[in-house]
Design a protein around this ligand. Sequence first.
Ligand SMILES: *Cc1c(COP(=O)(O)O)cnc(C)c1O
Length: 224
Amino acid sequence: MVNTDAWKTLKAELDLRGVTLIAVSKTKPASDVQALYDLGQRDFGENYVQELVDKAPQLPADIRWHFIGHLQTNKVKYLAPFVHCIHAVDSLKLLQEIDRQAAKHHRTVDVLLQLHVAEEETKYGLDETALLTLLDQYEAQRADLQHLRIRGLMAMASFTENEAQVQAEFGRVKTAFDNLKQTNFFQRPYFNTLSTGMSGDYRIAVEAGSTAVRIGSLLFGART
Ligand SMILES: *Cc1c(COP(=O)(O)O)cnc(C)c1O
């Protein structure tokens, strides 16, 4: 069940701060997406390629679809025709494939690079050093990567009750983001997106400079 009151409250709270609300509709039916669309929600996030590819055609074409999960290179082609932003990019190989597939459709796809700041071990995401290495590689090949735009960074904080820790982790992402903004290339106005914050920690994320929060369960209820 969609919680329309939660949407209205959250939307008002985020609009006041200029933060984009991405409604994360993974595992939820197209009818739930439509219900929030009818209230005015346009940015939706999904984690699974097949689910998104099934859902999108059932819904209005002006929805901005954000792919927020880990994306395998061989699945980029399914999203390239319509995806608005790919949030968790962490390799040159993936950037190259996004560019190649977007070019086929004469599109430009927005991407965010994923910084890993949480304590949980994962093979996804970059630390600060790997982020800079990837950006060097990107800069060297930029002329061949015209069908994507790196809009900013994405990150997840640790799953912990320790607010100070979450705050520190989001702070780390904000510092990396601000440092990149100082570099020549990223002084461009479109490098403006910091995707941090979920249902449980979005207020901390916004305090720490988030410009886009990814909210699922608060809007759509718990996932089974
Ligand atoms: C599922 C998911 C969310 C939303 O999580 P909630 O806790 O339900 O708000 C946000 N970001 C990512 C990357 C997710 O996988």
